[in-house]
Design a protein around this ligand. Structure first.
Ligand SMILES: CC(C)(COP(=O)(O)OP(=O)(O)OC[C@H]1O[C@@H](n2cnc3c(N)ncnc32)[C@H](O)[C@@H]1OP(=O)(O)O)[C@@H](O)C(=O)NCCC(=O)NCCS
Length: 177
C-alpha cells in the first residue's frame, strides 16, 4: 500500500466527515457524533491547520487525525498543550498501520511547531505504544468522569508534564451541542 500523509485542505472536508462517521459507527463507547466534533474543532480558537492531517492510501483519503490546542490549568498558571481527538481510519483500512503512521507523523509536526505535550481520552491498550502514560501519574486530571487508564498524556519534550499539577481545560467545542 502506498501511504501519503499531508495537511487537510477544505477540499477534504466531505471525505473526512465520511471517514469519521464510518470509523466510529461500530464503536460502543462512541455517541457517533465525532464527525460534528471535527467541524466544531475546525471552527474553534485552538484549531491548528498543520495538525489536521489526512492519510492517503493508494490515492484515496482513508484516515484523519486532529490535534487542537488547549491548556492545562494549575492554581497559578496555564500550560499550553494539545489534545488528540479524534483519529479515524476507514474500517476497511484499519489494523494496517495507518493510524500509527498518522499519530507518529502528528507528533513530529507538533514537536516541530514547538508543542511539548499531548493529552487525550482514549483506548487504554492502544496509545501506550506511542509513549502515552496515565495523566493521573503526572498529577493531571480531567474535568469529567472517565476511567483513569483512558486519560493519557505524552511528553513530546522530555519532562514537559512534570510538576504541572492541574486540570485539563477542554475547549467549548468538546461540549455536546
Ligand atoms: C483506533 C484506530 C485509530 C487505530 O488505527 P489503525 O490504523 O486501525 O491501527 P494500527 O494499524 O496503527 O495499529 C493496529 C493495532 O492497534 C490495535 N487497535 C486498534 N483499535 C484498537 C482499540 N480500539 N483498542 C485497542 N487497540 C486497538 C490493534 O489491535 C493493533 O494491535 P497490534 O499492533 O498489537 O496487532 C482505528 O482502528 C480507528 O479509526 N478505530 C475507530 C475509531 C477510534 O476508535 N478512534 C480512536 C478513538 S480513541
Amino acid at each position: 500500500m502506498e501511504l501519503l500523509i499531508r495537511q487537510e485542505t477544505s477540499a477534504d472536508y466531505t471525505a473526512v466527515f465520511d471517514i469519521t462517521q464510518k470509523a466510529f459507527a461500530q464503536l460502543e463507547v462512541s455517541d457517533h457524533t465525532e464527525q460534528f466534533l471535527v467541524e466544531r474543532l475546525r471552527a474553534s480558537d485552538g484549531f491548528i491547520p498543520e495538525l489536521s492531517l489526512v492519510a492517503v492510501c493508494d490515492g484515496k483519503i482513508a484516515a484523519h487525525i486532529l490535534f487542537t490546542r488547549l491548556y492545562i490549568v494549575t492554581n497559578d498558571s496555564r500550560h499550553e498543550s494539545l489534545i488528540l481527538a479524534p483519529v479515524s481510519v476507514l474500517p476497511e483500512q484499519q489494523s494496517k498501520g495507518v493510524g500509527s503512521a498518522l499519530i507518529n507523523h502528528g507528533h513530529e509536526v507538533a514537536r516541530g511547531l514547538g508543542y511539548s505535550s499531548v493529552v487525550l481520552v482514549g483506548h487504554k491498550d492502544y496509545y501506550p505504544r506511542f509513549g502515552y502514560k496515565k495523566l493521573s501519574g503526572f498529577g493531571i486530571s480531567i474535568p469529567f468522569p472517565a476511567p483513569d487508564e483512558c486519560c493519557l498524556g505524552l511528553e513530546l519534550v522530555p519532562g514537559a508534564l512534570q510538576n504541572i499539577h492541574g486540570i485539563v481545560e477542554f475547549p467549548p467545542a468538546f461540549l455536546p451541542h
